[in-house]
Design a binder for this molecule. Structure first.
Ligand code: NAD
Ligand code: MG
Length: 374
């Protein structure tokens, strides 16, 4: 596999890595209490005029803290608080951001700061990509999912009433500042959902990281700050390295990040969005994809069991809901990865070695039959 696997161990309280994209390169800062780190914020957020975009859940928790530190750093700060929730990742919220920027006489030098989970990050990033044809933005992710996944890689956008993430742009942030202290207020269910994406990184490119997760799952669930910092750093490293090689999903490499997602998306859409969290659907989707990888004669049974075991220990579902065979196929056919109507799956040749492939219908049917609730 083309993804490099060297781990740089840094001090647990703060580490730094770089997403290497030529002149669009940017740092990812990971550590405890970074929202109080005035010097770090002054260094990583270069603009003078800052507009923080956040929501009604995150604002009471962290907006004052971040505003205070940015003011200490000598910045001019204003903020916009949007309603919370995936359903708000829409055109109306985007317009609220533009209205606010226009009313406050923002200009090309204004920097948008996304303070929140993936919803706020995706929305703010897309607003930054389009306001005056592009202003700087900084990601300050506050959910585990956002810290390991959505804040890194430059996919931004909103939902269309007829489909998730259908309108958007590739637009890289100026920096990602992941303050792991913010995870302390996250609901257990959201933390666990984020762990699904962490497990995914081990499964697709790094068997040693997968093994580390097996050893440290209890610590992660107990929110041990050192364990979380390591898991976040390694996840970002893997995602950054894949994005560096295939920024716009044109070589196929970036598609391996969709391991577990073909089945996962079908579960989310089939049950109705919001019934299962994305991470829960991905966790279960990885178990199903691992089973299919075994049936293809690629993944050994032992590794398949390890994936199922780790997903289960994380507290994620391992049995898919009964959707009916025809509905499964129909739902998987609308996946963005597909070419010419044929469903493309991300499967494993081995633990830490993913491929994008078609599969014989009989094997797919057998997998779905054996992994769904009666
Ligand atoms: P989210 O942003 O809705 O956050 C989940 C919930 O946690 C929300 O209610 C939020 O307000 C709350 N919250 C956030 N931080 C908190 C904190 N520190 N303490 C307590 N509560 C907190 O959901 P998410 O899981 O972070 O992100 C999901 C979104 O990310 C989806 O829209 C998905 O499409 C997108 N996404 C994008 C990418 C990408 O590459 N751009 C990748 C994966 C997911
Ligand atoms: Mg995902």
């Amino acid at each position: 596999n083309q993804v490099k696997k060297d781990i740089v161990i840094m001090k647990p309280s703060h580490s730094h890595l770089k997403v290497d994209l030529g002149e669009r390169s940017y740092p990812i800062e990971i550590g405890t209490d970074l929202l109080r780190d005035v010097r770090l914020l002054a260094r990583t957020i270069r603009g003078q005029r800052i507009v923080i975009i956040t929501n009604t859940v995150v604002a009471p928790l962290y907006l004052d803290r971040l505003t205070h530190s940015l003011k200490e750093a000598g910045k001019d700060v204003s903020s916009l608080i949007l309603p919370d929730g995936e359903k708000e990742k829409n055109w109306e919220s985007l317009m609220k951001i533009f209205d606010f920027l226009m009313e406050n006489k923002s200009d090309r030098k204004t920097t948008l700061v996304a303070l929140g989970g993936g919803v706020i990050g995706d929305l703010t990033g897309y607003a930054a990509a389009s306001f005056m044809r592009g202003v700087s933005f900084v990601q300050v992710p506050t959910t585990l999912l956002a810290e390991v996944d959505s804040s890194v890689g430059g996919k931004t956008g909103i939902n269309h009433p007829l489909g998730k993430n259908m309108i958007g742009a590739f637009y890289q942030p100026e920096a990602v500042i992941a303050d792991t202290t913010t995870l302390n207020t996250l609901h257990d269910r959201e933390l666990v959902a984020g762990l699904a994406e962490v497990i995914k990184y081990g499964a697709i490119v790094d068997a040693a990281f997968f093994q580390w997760l097996e050893k440290n799952m209890e610590k992660l669930l107990a929110r041990d700050s050192e364990a979380l910092a390591y898991a976040i750093r390694r996840s970002c490293e893997i995602k950054a390295d894949i994005v560096r090689q295939d920024e716009r999903e044109s070589t196929g490499l970036r598609a391996i990040l969709n391991f577990g997602h073909t089945f996962g998306h079908a579960i989310e859409a089939g049950l109705g969005y919001g019934e299962w969290l994305h991470g829960e659907a991905v966790g279960c989707g990885m178990v199903v994809a691992a089973d299919l990888s075994c049936r293809m004669g690629w993944l050994d049974e032992e590794s398949g069991k390890r994936i199922r075991g780790l997903v289960e220990r994380a507290g994620l579902p391992i049995v898919a809901p009964a959707l009916g065979m025809d509905r499964w196929i129909e739902l998987m056919q609308v996946d963005k990865k597909n070419v010419g109507g044929e469903i493309q799956f991300v499967l494993l040749k081995a633990l830490g070695d993913a491929v994008v492939t078609k599969v014989p219908a009989e094997l797919l049917h057998a997998t779905l039959t054996d992994n769904t609730a009666p």
